[in-house]
Design a protein around this ligand. Structure first.
Ligand code: ADP
Ligand code: TRP
Length: 349
């Protein structure tokens, strides 16, 4: 089993319930590999100091949330140079067209070019602007080959179980396609086909506090695992609601439904039911609901936040964890790469 998170900022409740908590639970059941995808973060040209700081903070958050280096291989993508070489090799079997049709590429390219997402002409417009030389903007080739790099992360470890969110399923489909293509081109049975894997129940979607559908870094609606109690309470108290129910058993508006979803994730079933009943008989006060929600979220995040601070301060420990992780990850990666070179005809005299 293998999964990674890009180092683009601190981890939020969406990352925790959607990914990290499941990683922690899986550790006792599988040969687990978790990494920080710092090379993937380069596709959006981060500030070098910020990138370095983000790698460190995500590593500390992984460990604070319960990833255990005794049980799992925890590593940083760029510590495994074999990944970069295999990325070059695999790219020789990847089509520019199939990469350009990837939804995540189109979304990110659209953002970089400043094209509105709702524009139905935008697919053509993206291609025109990418290929044309009349715009001052540039979509980098790393962004285009993002799926190749992700496929390499997976295939180099010959991972078969890959827990990812819905937005990553297309990348996983491409990974399977690249694996099949490589196997059939060289007439080998070399790469296994990885599948999406949800451990510990159905996939969850953690909503944002702004009434929108999803909590996400780029949406600016996050509760971070390391938010201080005061700031966290303030965020929750400011969450979007509505005028309140005016008739018994009214349907819920999206923002209120979102608050209930968060309560159901973080609170006890009794508390959630109590508030649902209050909503249904119109006695609910959203202020009380938010206060309860803030305390329940804090009960989840406080132990993690406190451990993050301790772990961040222990650089020696962090260095040890990633050195050991890299060693283990490189062992398997080096074997795959050596075999792949051989298969492709890059051989010693
Ligand atoms: P973001 O959307 O904040 O940039 P990433 O795309 O880096 O987060 O996601 C890292 C992992 O966290 C992925 O497995 C993704 O599916 C999961 N994840 C992110 N946001 C949510 C959310 N709101 N609900 C559930 N899972 C999420
Ligand atoms: N692309 C993934 C994301 O944005 C992160 C990632 C990179 C990944 N390589 C991976 C996830 C390999 C699983 C397996 O969330």
């Amino acid at each position: 089993m293998l999964s990674g998170i890009r180092s683009t900022g601190n981890l939020h409740l969406g990352n925790y319930y959607g990914a990290l908590r499941k990683f922690v639970a899986a550790q006792d059941h599988f040969d687990c590999n978790f990494f920080i995808a710092d090379l993937h973060s380069l596709t959006t040209n981060p500030d070098p100091d910020a990138l370095h700081a983000n790698v460190k903070s995500i590593l500390a958050e992984y460990l604070a949330a319960g990833l255990d280096p005794e049980k799992s291989t925890i590593f940083i993508q760029s510590d495994v140079p074999e990944i970069s070489e295999m990325y070059l090799l695999l790219n020789m079997h990847v089509g520019i067209g199939e990469l350009m049709r990837t939804v995540s590429f189109k979304d990110k390219a659209r953002k970089m070019l400043g094209i509105a997402p709702s524009d139905s002409e935008s697919d053509e417009e993206i291609e025109k602007q990418i290929v044309g030389n009349d715009t001052g903007k540039r979509v980098n080739a790393g962004l285009l080959t993002y799926p190749t790099l992700m496929a390499v992360d997976i295939l180099i470890q010959k991972a078969t179980k890959v827990p990812v969110g819905k937005d990553q399923l297309q990348h996983l489909e491409l990974t399977r396609r690249f694996a099949r293509r490589f196997n059939s081109f060289y007439g080998v049975d070399f790469f296994p086909e990885p599948t999406d894997f949800s451990f510990g129940g159905a996939p969850v979607k953690v909503p944002g506090l702004d009434g929108s559908g999803k909590m996400g870094k780029s949406e600016g609606n996050c509760i971070y695992l390391i938010d201080e109690p005061k700031a966290l309470r303030k965020k929750v108290m400011r969450a979007v609601t509505d005028e309140g129910p005016t008739a018994p058993n009214s349907p819920m508006s999206q923002p209120v439904e979102n608050l209930f979803s968060l309560l159901e994730l973080t609170s006890t079933p009794e508390v959630a039911t109590q508030f649902r009943n209050a909503y249904n008989d119109c006695s609910i006060r959203y202020g009380d609901l938010k206060k309860q929600l803030a305390e329940d979220i804090l009960a989840v995040t406080t132990p993690i936040r406190e451990r993050v601070a301790d772990i961040m301060a222990d650089e020696e420990y962090l260095r040890k964890v990633v050195a050991r992780g890299a060693e283990k990850a490189r062992e398997r990666a080096a074997r795959t790469l050596a075999d792949m070179r051989q298969i492709m005809g890059i051989r010693k005299f």
